[in-house]
Write a protein that binds this ligand. Sequence first.
Ligand SMILES: NC(=O)c1ccc[n+]([C@@H]2O[C@H](COP(=O)([O-])OP(=O)(O)OC[C@H]3O[C@@H](n4cnc5c(N)ncnc54)[C@H](OP(=O)(O)O)[C@@H]3O)[C@@H](O)[C@H]2O)c1
Length: 342
Amino acid sequence: MNPKIVVNGVGTVGKRVAHAVRKQDDMDLVGIADVSPSSTLKTVLEEDGPLHGTPLYASVPDKVEELEEGGFYVEGDLPGLLDTGQVDLVVDCTPSGVDEKNKEMYKEKQVKAIFQGGADASIAPVSFNALANYDEAKEEDFVRVVSCNTTSLSRTLWSLNTNFGVEKAVGSLVRRGGDPMQDSRGPINSIVPVTEIPSHHGPDVQEVMPELDITTLAVKVPTTISHLHMVNVDLGKEVSREDVLKIFRETPRVKLFSAQEGYDSTAKIIEKFRDKRLRYDMPEVAVWEETVETEGKRLYWIHQVHQESIIVPENIDAIRSMFGTAEREESVHKTNENLGIE
Ligand SMILES: NC(=O)c1ccc[n+]([C@@H]2O[C@H](COP(=O)([O-])OP(=O)(O)OC[C@H]3O[C@@H](n4cnc5c(N)ncnc54)[C@H](OP(=O)(O)O)[C@@H]3O)[C@@H](O)[C@H]2O)c1
């Protein structure tokens, strides 16, 4: 029997995760839940929308009427649905703060739940990345999929650590000011540094790989389509740039791009996926080939992170790990195939 999944919070992350669950043959999306009749909800449920036909529930009972008045057919409310015993796991994609409150409901209703990177690490016993610690989520009731920035660092650093050892990593993060839909966010004419060093991203990577020595610095800039990271790593041994390129080529969900071929900015790389994929999603970490350089044991590179979609495959793998329905390699492969990840 496939695990029955509900996605609570159908915003930037939730609509993508719900669509990704629908694309798997070993889990069933039995509902989505939200609190207001947003334009996003309208679009995804329209006849040709990616979630058309998915039963809609109000996340809390007193929002049923508002959704109905907004023109939606509402099956009921989420607590009521969870009472029926027909849901095995909720992927909670609500804003941070709301997730904490929801956790109490999931506990009471005895359903498993996955939380997102905006939640504090303490919300779940495991902070998850599919490559780095897939097995730790096995049989767990609560798991947190780490943020977009942390996911990109975890994938690349796990791979390097496994192959060469990592003695020290330093990441300089240039973060997008807001998502494309977030028209009220900024900065609009400024660069805003995180004045605490390390920024929270380094400690968050350590939630996934506790042994890793990493420091991160971060700034926020007026762009919407991606983050960009500049990373320096002291490896456990001397390697050539070709050795590193080979490892990056072999690492799932890491993709090399060549500036010489015209992919010389975040915009150019995203444009490729505008031509090729729904919503221009790019769950892969995009590493600029030319930026991979070594000096003895020291390695440098720059990569791009599409914040809205990088965590989507990790949510799918977390579901399989929590139900023990596949081992890591099988799950990663299956997710990639079903989502068209290269
Ligand atoms: N955006 C990213 O790039 C990104 C990347 C990685 C991880 N994350 C993490 O993913 C989580 C969700 O972020 P997001 O960007 O997807 O947020 P979002 O776009 O604001 O979506 C959140 C959704 O939850 C709904 N919501 C609000 N209160 C709710 C409640 N009480 N119960 C159920 N639904 C509720 C919101 O409805 P309304 O719009 O009506 O309030 C909205 O539809 C956060 O932890 C975030 O840090 C985000």
